[in-house]
Design a protein around this ligand. Structure first.
Ligand code: NAD
Length: 247
């Protein structure tokens, strides 16, 4: 086990309130490609063509077809990083997770206090009447899917150009302002306003620790420490160190 993992374990045990901010990197080991890493989604799908709200309005069937093809989102299972964070919450050592992911893997791992900053892809929302339904309850045989009112259904994830769900925004900033330790895991921290969350925590006096194989825009500027390794390796090490400290 690395000395850095032991240091983070100590920081978590000493903290009054720990909050985690997670991004696509935490789900990479579950087989869901990240956006910016080589071989990631954006190598295959131009975000201008697929991930903006304008693109959806222009051609909803095309965006739905990509969603349908994105089978990893449906078959992926939580990995040791998701499971480790859920255990930390159950041990009373993690207040909440603010996630930019739309894959439901934190909840599938057992985490309860999850703020979905970018919505989720398990639900759909009618663009005319606002009806929200589980994705499983609508047919994708013909695309795009339509609501009874005649409006088009959109996946309930936040597309570029759409606002962050107001409740998630308020809860995330509140968590950032009031924590004294923030773990920033698997995010390149370039998508705003999510990238501001660690800055808010830092300005409010929190210690900020990154877990990411690569340095980010936060490294050395906002974060106090980075463990440069995969989340699925580091988080179980941190848990093992906490358990060793307790025994
Ligand atoms: P990003 O693709 O910009 O960055 C991913 C980061 O994860 C990189 O810094 C990379 O070095 C790091 N990383 C890669 N493998 C890792 C691992 N095993 N352990 C820890 N870190 C690892 O992702 P982002 O910052 O989350 O921004 C992309 C946006 O796209 C988000 O807003 C998110 O909503 C969306 N997105 C979501 C999913 C998902 O739900 N799983 C997947 C792709 C994109």
């Amino acid at each position: 086990m690395s000395e850095l993992s032991r240091r983070v374990a100590q920081a978590i045990c000493a903290a009054r309130k720990t909050v985690a901010l997670t991004g696509a990197g935490i789900s990479a080991e579950s087989g869901i490609p990240t956006f910016r890493d080589p071989g990631g989604l954006w190598d295959r799908y131009d975000p201008e063509e697929y991930a903006t709200i304008e693109a959806f309005r222009r051609n909803p069937a095309k965006v739905w077809q990509m969603m349908k093809d994105f089978t990893a989102l449906k078959t992926a299972r939580p990995n040791p990083a998701h499971i480790g964070l859920a255990q930390l919450e159950h041990m009373g050592l993690l207040h909440c997770i603010i996630t930019q992911n739309v894959d439901n893997l934190h909840q599938a791992a057992g985490s309860r206090n999850v703020i979905e900053f970018h919505g989720n892809m398990r639900q759909v929302i009618c663009q005319r009447c606002g009806t929200v339904l589980p994705l499983d309850e609508i047919s994708l045989d013909t695309l795009p899917p339509y609501c009874k009112c005649g409006g088009v259904f959109k996946p309930a994830g936040v597309f570029f150009g759409e606002p962050i769900p107001p409740q998630a925004l308020t809860r995330a900033y509140e968590a950032a302002r009031t924590c004294d330790l923030m773990l920033v895991i698997g995010t390149s921290a370039v998508v705003y306003p999510a990238a501001d969350i660690p800055v808010v925590a830092k300005q409010a006096g929190a210690q900020v620790i990154e877990i990411n194989p690569e340095c980010t825009d936060l490294t050395g500027r906002i974060s106090d420490l980075i463990i440069q390794d995969k989340a699925g390796v580091v988080i179980p090490q941190i848990l093992a160190a906490i358990n060793a400290m307790a025994s």
